[in-house]
Design a protein around this ligand. Structure first.
Ligand code: AMP
Ligand code: MG
Length: 495
């Protein structure tokens, strides 16, 4: 069933993926949700996309976001992809519970995928039911908005609807569909799908399409430059994650987007006290995707990506391997440089000194030794810049005598900066967020939402939209969980 044009208010869906990449997807339809009800609608995002928010935030919108009514011009497809999951290759994953409705070009000319997630089985569903539950979909909504507010590239949610049916997980849970907005859903795994089948022509089509869509400056340039650009963007992205203490939780190659956006919020969570070995995901028993492993895993994933491009890099196979190897190795210095820039900002340093990376690393060593809350410790540097170290000492759970030694070094380094201390403190408050989505707050909000009360979720979402400003209503959301709670905390895949 197709409706009058309420989705795009006079605009039109584009279908560049479907048009240019025949054979990379299957046209498919959503299953019918018995009783769609809008749980969340992202007015700000709707506005950015040029959608008619007033109409979409109604039951007509809910019917669209549930997949029951196809907005005019939409043409749903399930995309094919493969992926290395926890290091093991699965040649066929694909959209097992998602459908791409089409693309929307916003008023700045930016193209966005509009995808339903949880809209029923597809030819890629394997043993899954194609469905999603309210808790995990609201979690994706919240995490995406929090990351966006932190300035980190991410997919975002436009809406979450409750479907009115139950989905069976460990228990019966209320079902939901999330509408996801992404720069695209091209993944490393998309390339792997065709490379594994020896379909070089399709890999070439995908690469050309990705260049046009995400790296237009590289149109007509050698493929090696595309590979290098994807690697550079991932180095930037992971450096941003590390700076805020974000743990993706399931960095499989199918969850790495060519656009450089954070994608697929499953068992993700933020660090509480600083410890590189931190893992929250219940399925990550070996800690493959631990906080501190993320840069190395990104590089590993990019090596899998580079392999898919080998036939496009150079006719001579040996030479192609050399180019790919060099590009993948270059991830390390690029990541290091991106991370050092992040750390300079977090330390309030405008000038560049050789020793800055070590200064940052040593601060992290202090935080580790002191079992300090990662977010609050960095935030406390704003106060410390003007001489007050009480906050910083207060976030050390354990005695850390090396803190004072480090502070003396940092103060000496700040003395080389041009700005006055008050100004530096202001810069530090813009670089180090006061708020992150605290795990216990996220769980509390999702538990209430699953039982039908969205108010804790909405309060949390509202404060996370401004993570840098200390204010009364944000205070209860800034506190870390009790350490026993964090030690016990486990996240679960959204499946
Ligand atoms: P994810 O863990 O969400 O990144 O998903 C990995 C793969 O499993 C993708 O191919 C998904 O489409 C598929 N998948 C996850 N959950 C379900 C489900 N409930 N039904 C069908 N396929 C699913
Ligand atoms: Mg995924």
């Amino acid at each position: 069933m197709s409706e009058p044009d309420i989705f795009l208010a006079g605009g039109a869906f584009a279908h560049s993926y479907a048009h240019d990449l025949e054979g990379c997807y299957v046209p498919w339809q959503a299953e019918r949700a018995p009783a769609p009800r809008l749980l969340q609608f992202n007015h700000a995002l709707a506005q950015e996309l040029g959608l008619d928010a007033a109409v979409l935030a109604t039951p007509s919108g809910a019917a669209i976001f549930a997949g029951n009514v196809l907005p005019q011009g939409a043409s749903p497809i399930a995309q094919a992809y493969a992926g290395h999951q926890f290091g093991h290759f699965s040649p066929q994953l694909g959209d097992g519970r998602a459908l791409l409705l089409g693309e929307v070009v916003d008023r700045h000319g930016q193209r966005h995928d509009i995808q339903l997630k949880g809209s029923g089985r597809t030819p890629f569903s394997r043993n899954g039911d194609g469905k999603a539950a309210v808790g995990p979909m609201l979690r994706e909504y919240l995490m995406g908005e929090a990351m966006h507010a932190l300035g980190i590239p991410t997919t975002r949610a436009l809406a979450v609807v409750a479907t009115g049916e139950s989905v069976r997980r460990d228990t019966l849970l209320p079902g939901a569909v999330l509408t996801r907005v992404a720069a695209s859903h091209l993944r490393v795994g998309t390339f792997e799908y065709f490379a594994a089948r020896g379909d070089v022509a399709r890999v070439r089509q995908l690469a050309d399409y990705s260049v046009r869509r995400h790296y237009p400056d590289l149109i007509g340039r050698p493929m090696a430059e595309f590979l290098q650009a994807v690697i550079a963007r991932q180095a930037q992205l992971v450096a941003r994650w590390m700076a805020v203490g974000f743990i993706h939780g399931v960095m499989n190659t199918d969850n790495m987007a060519l656009s450089g956006e954070t994608i697929d919020y499953g068992p993700c969570a933020f660090l509480e006290h600083y410890d590189p070995a931190t893992v929250f995901s219940s399925i990550d028993r070996a800690g493959r995707y631990a906080y501190g492993n993320q840069p190395g895993i990104a590089q590993w994933n990019l090596a899998r990506f580079a392999e898919t491009l080998l036939p496009l890099l150079e006719d001579d196979a040996g030479r192609a391997v050399q180019i790919a190897t060099q590009a993948v190795q270059d991830f390390a210095p690029q990541y290091r440089a991106a991370w050092t820039e992040e750390m300079r900002r977090k330390l309030g340093l405008m000038r560049r000194e050789e020793s800055d990376a070590q200064l940052a690393q040593d601060f992290l060593t202090v935080l580790h030794a002191g079992e300090a809350d990662h977010t609050l410790a960095w935030r406390a540097l704003a106060e410390a810049a003007t001489g007050g170290t009480a906050c910083l000492h207060a976030v050390m759970r354990k005695e850390a005598p090396i803190l004072d030694v480090w502070l003396t070094r940092w103060q000496a380094r700040l003395a080389q900066e041009n700005g006055g201390r008050v100004q530096i403190a202001e810069v530090l408050r813009r670089a180090n967020p006061y708020l992150i989505p605290r795990n216990h707050r996220v769980e509390e909000a999702l538990e209430a939402a699953t039982l039908g009360d969205l108010s804790p979720f909405e309060r949390l979402l509202a404060v996370l939209r401004d993570p840098y400003t200390e204010r009364d209503e944000a205070r209860p959301y800034a506190d870390p969980a009790a350490s026993e709670q964090t030690a016990r905390y486990r996240t679960f895949c959204g499946t």
